[in-house]
Design a protein around this ligand. Structure first.
Ligand code: GRF
Length: 213
């Protein structure tokens, strides 16, 4: 069994492509001292992502790195990793980052990249997870915080929170209900890591009551 990292004040980088509500929720948890962390940098692959403004308004350093300016994913990720390393980032938080993470990134941050997905994995991986859940007709959906591996939404699961699905739901109402849970699940998962309580055994995550247990 392997510990993700020893208890520490976390130095985070957030990677995001869009709106940034999860980014905001993590910032709030830090501000309220629920989460023992700081955000060293917010990186977006999209020049007009609203999350860039949100980070700037909070006085957090922002970077836009355009993947299209690189010949391939490896060279893009090499630059990304360099930006993380020079800032001594110890954990990378994907928050609505709309790209698959590749081998260069994962080699540098093995078991140290987290993602949040708006469904109870392994159901409804990929895009439009809320619509997939509605189309399938499930009565319960939710969100999943997981460690990122090379698959799409396939890595070891840290936390899941469930919400009911109502007959009257559409994609937006279900997404909104799930989002409220996302905004709790992400910082709570990060805080478990900050407390040194997350261990991995195969694809199972074990949450210890105390790091030395
Ligand atoms: C969230 O629903 C998250 O689960 C998914 O992308 C969305 C990002 O929303 N990965 P936001 O940008 O954090 O508001």
């Amino acid at each position: 069994m392997k510990q993700i990292m020893e208890a520490r004040h976390l130095k985070l980088a957030v990677l995001a492509s869009g709106r940034g509500s999860n980014f905001d929720a993590i910032c709030q948890a830090i501000g309220q001292k629920d989460l023992d962390a700081e955000i060293a940098v917010l990186i977006s692959d999209k020049p007009n992502a609203p999350v860039l403004q949100k980070a700037a308004a909070r006085g957090i350093e922002t970077l836009h790195i355009n993947p299209r300016e690189f010949p391939g994913r490896d060279s893009y990720e090499a630059v990304l990793v360099n930006e993380l390393k020079v800032r001594n980032v110890d954990l990378v938080v994907l928050a609505g980052y709309m790209r698959l993470v590749g081998s260069v990134f994962l080699a540098a941050y093995e078991n140290r990249v987290l993602n949040i997905h708006p469904a109870l994995l392994p159901s409804f991986q990929g895009l439009h997870a809320q619509q997939q859940a509605l189309d399938y007709g499930v009565r319960i959906s939710g969100c999943t915080v997981h460690i990122v591996d090379e698959g799409m939404d396939t890595g070891p699961i840290i936390m899941q929170k469930a919400v009911p699905v109502y007959d009257t739901d559409d994609e937006d109402t279900l997404a909104e209900r799930i989002l409220l849970e996302e905004h709790q699940a992400y910082w709570q998962s990060l805080q478990l890591i900050a407390e040194g309580r997350i261990w991995i055994e195969g694809r199972r995550v074990v949450i210890k009551n105390h790091p030395e247990d």
